[in-house]
Design a protein around this ligand. Structure first.
Ligand SMILES: NC(=O)c1ccc[n+]([C@@H]2O[C@H](COP(=O)([O-])OP(=O)(O)OC[C@H]3O[C@@H](n4cnc5c(N)ncnc54)[C@H](OP(=O)(O)O)[C@@H]3O)[C@@H](O)[C@H]2O)c1
Length: 264
């Protein structure tokens, strides 16, 4: 299996690279901006992974990556669109600039890379794409509007792509993590309190879900699974969800959500 993982320099992407590397015959392509981190991971994993240090928001990144993959392997079995970040703030404070910046990375960068690799994925069919969305793409909270908008959009695009690519033999699925402790999303406050510690999960569990959705052919997976209930409640009882997220316990969650990476 030839597998390309974006955001492989930390967190969920790194865990996914480790997970896929365990499969017999797996050959990895590791993508992120920090070349040193990718090189260290490649050396540790062995098997001579292709390391591509790219800023995925660069307009030429998709084509450069596609050319490199075609040259080295001539095929691609799995694309994991995982790189992403969030910059918190109320819309009244951070405005359209923050929205644009977030969508640029969490939506357009994924789309650009997918567009460039789609011909190779079709030629390599049966193949798969896994988009790493978020439960924040089903339920939005205060101060994470840009992040949620990007993930809501990613989910809609993913569903459409699934229907479009099925006849071409390219399975498209997604993973929706909840709170996962990573470098970019440390969930520090939640992990510090005994009352909330249990809701924070690990990147390795998301990596396993990515494997189930990609090579395993599943449509989507929440991590941890019970987060699916929040998504269902948002559809079935929107007033209730808004009331719950509008204060009380939610005030705690909004200070420690999965949308705090980027530090600014
Ligand atoms: N952790 C959570 O609670 C959580 C919850 C729901 C969804 N997610 C999603 O999971 C995905 C991975 O996040 P994570 O938690 O693993 O965070 P992370 O540890 O901060 O990892 C983010 C990865 O994205 C890469 N990246 C960021 N900007 C990039 C750019 N412009 N070009 C190329 N690569 C870029 C980073 O590498 P470089 O800095 O080296 O470029 C890094 O490898 C994201 O899509 C995130 O939205 C996370």
């Amino acid at each position: 299996m030839i597998a390309l993982i974006t955001g492989a320099s930390s967190g969920i992407g790194e865990a996914t690279a480790r997970r896929i590397a365990r499969e017999p015959g797996a050959q990895l392509i590791l993508v992120a901006r920090r070349a040193d981190r990718l090189a260290a991971l490649a050396a540790e994993l062995g098997g001579d992974p292709l390391v591509l240090a790219e800023d995925l928001t660069d307009p030429g990144a998709g084509e450069r990556i596609a050319a490199a993959v075609r040259e080295r392997h001539g095929r691609l079995d799995l694309l994991v669109n995982n790189a992403g970040a969030g910059w918190r703030g109320a819309f009244g404070d951070v405005g359209t600039a923050n929205l644009r910046r977030t969508l640029e990375l969490n939506l357009f960068a994924q789309a650009q890379l997918t567009e460039a690799l789609l011909p190779l994925l079709r030629e390599s069919a049966p193949s798969a794409i896994v988009n790493v969305a978020s439960t924040a793409g089903r339920v939005a909270r205060a101060r994470t509007g840009s992040y949620s908008a990007s993930k809501f959009a990613l989910i809609g695009w993913t569903d459409a792509l699934h229907a479009e690519e099925k006849p071409h033999g390219v399975h498209v699925g997604m993973v929706l993590p909840g709170f996962i402790a990573t470098e970019g999303f440390p969930a520090t406050e939640l992990r510090e309190k005994a009352l909330t510690r249990w809701i924070v999960s690990k990147p390795e569990r998301v990596a396993e879900a990515i494997y189930e959705v990609g090579p395993g052919g599943r449509a989507e997976r929440y991590v941890p699974r019970p987060y699916a209930l929040a998504a269902a409640a948002r559809i079935l009882a929107p007033s209730l969800v808004r009331r719950v997220l509008g204060g009380g316990a939610a005030a705690n969650l909004t200070t420690s959500t999965g949308a705090e990476s980027g530090a600014d």
